[in-house]
Design a protein around this ligand. Sequence first.
Ligand SMILES: [Zn+2]
Ligand SMILES: [Zn+2]
Length: 76
Amino acid sequence: MTPCRHPELVLGRARPRWRCRHCGLTITVEELGDGPCPECLAHRGEHCRDFEETGNAGGAARAYRCAACGARIDWE
Ligand SMILES: [Zn+2]
Ligand SMILES: [Zn+2]
């Protein structure tokens, strides 16, 4: 498989991130899926779904996506 050199980067607010109100874990929607917070589940056995969306305020990492291969690239 030839490595993609990502010639076409598109700026995206691809997916929002969520922060667990209990443990502070931030996680993308892809990682989270439909499940509860994995940190709370692993450490306390709780099925925590108390999330808040973290916005892009304060110079948060911007997400780019390569239109050629679909890879996501995060830059600070
Ligand atoms: Zn690419
Ligand atoms: Zn949690």
